[in-house]
Design a protein around this ligand. Structure first.
Ligand code: ADP
Length: 317
């Protein structure tokens, strides 16, 4: 049985359709990431699964339960863990006190001391919650989400505000939970996080799932699309150059192609024929972020529309 099965789920707020007929399944032990821009409908979807919001249409089963069924909500709560972006925890309690207290709500909780070690808060076990740094509070949120030893956890932007090493620590923790067989449903804005952790990703935009797959295969990433990038030699900014799927901002050029050998042949031929160097020429596979930007509405035909064309400038010598 799937840990989560969603069929034809819809949710509106007034006339506005926030989630529009989406379906997906998450298998036991799988790490599933829901990606999408702000306002796409991620929180609405996840909160329906968690039992915090009501759906308007569709079928939802979480660990076999309907999260909208109040009669079984305690049974479901016992078996799932929720890591919210900011948990309201009493600021004057210590880390250990909070975890001990919450462990008491569950039939089969984790050992509090082991948990504190697992999330890397050993040195802060006796510290009051109000004195934790932002990253330490997030680790406490994570610990609170798994204190009940859940079969399924929901992680909402789990590493926002973490420094790089804390982030790695959180990733290791998610991997070890998944290794123990815990099902993980993750929302994140970080493509590298989805790539590192998720077995499967669904991209949601304007309330609909626009693509699903492994991070490696999403949106045809594995089917050969490549990105060719270079800078046209100084003084030739206005040289005529035409390729399909080409973006050009001044001297910076990017071509997305599924025939990179032919494209490179034409391109290098153009360079030699015209005596114009292709500075910093590189061929790359599309990144998960490229695919994500395509799927969620940033076209690859406009470098200028991209959030940070300056990133490109930095990478080209
Ligand atoms: P995401 O988590 O992907 O940012 P949300 O699920 O929070 O997206 O929101 C999806 C859309 O529904 C947004 O346009 C948002 O403004 C709208 N929305 C969310 N919650 C409410 C609400 N309680 N009332 C009205 N509109 C809402």
């Amino acid at each position: 049985m799937a840990s989560v099965a969603v069929t034809g789920l819809s949710k509106r707020y007034g006339d506005f359709v926030a989630v529009d007929d989406i379906s997906f399944e998450v298998q036991p032990g799988e790490v599933f990431a829901l990606l999408g821009p702000n306002g796409a409908g991620k929180t609405t979807t996840v909160e329906i699964l968690e039992g915090f919001r009501k759906r308007d249409a569709g079928e939802v089963a979480v660990l076999g339960f309907d999260p909208a069924n109040m009669a079984t909500s305690l049974q479901l709560r016992e078996r799932m863990g929720i890591v919210l972006q900011e948990l309201a925890v009493e600021p004057l309690l210590t880390v250990r006190e909070v975890l001990r207290r919450n462990a008491g709500y569950f039939c089969n909780p984790r050992s509090v001391d082991e948990l504190i070690e697992l999330v890397g808060l050993t040195e802060k076990a006796g510290a009051r919650v109000k004195n934790l740094s932002g990253g330490q509070q997030r680790r406490l949120d994570l610990a609170l989400g798994i204190v009940g030893n859940p079969e399924l956890i929901f992680l909402d932007e789990p590493t926002t505000g973490f420094d790089p090493s804390a982030r790695r620590g959180a990733w290791d923790l998610v991997e070890s939970l998944a290794g123990e067989g815990t099902t993980v449903i993750l929302t994140t804005h970080y493509m590298d996080e989805a790539e590192a952790l998720a077995d499967r990703v669904s991209v949601i935009a304007e309330g609909r799932i626009v693509a699903s797959g492994t991070p490696q295969s999403l949106g045809g990433r594995d089917l050969g699309d490549a990105k060719i990038r270079f800078r046209i030699a100084p003084g030739h900014d206005d040289a005529e150059l035409h390729f399909d799927n080409m973006s050009r901002v001044g001297e910076l050029v990017e071509i997305v192609t599924d025939h990179e050998v032919e494209t490179l042949h034409q391109l290098t031929g153009w360079s030699i024929d015209n005596g114009i160097a292709l500075i910093g020429l590189v061929v790359e596979r599309l990144t998960l972020e490229d695919i994500y930007l395509q799927l969620t509405g940033y076209s690859n035909e406009g470098l200028a529309e991209r959030p940070s064309p300056s990133a490109l400038t930095k990478e080209v010598p």
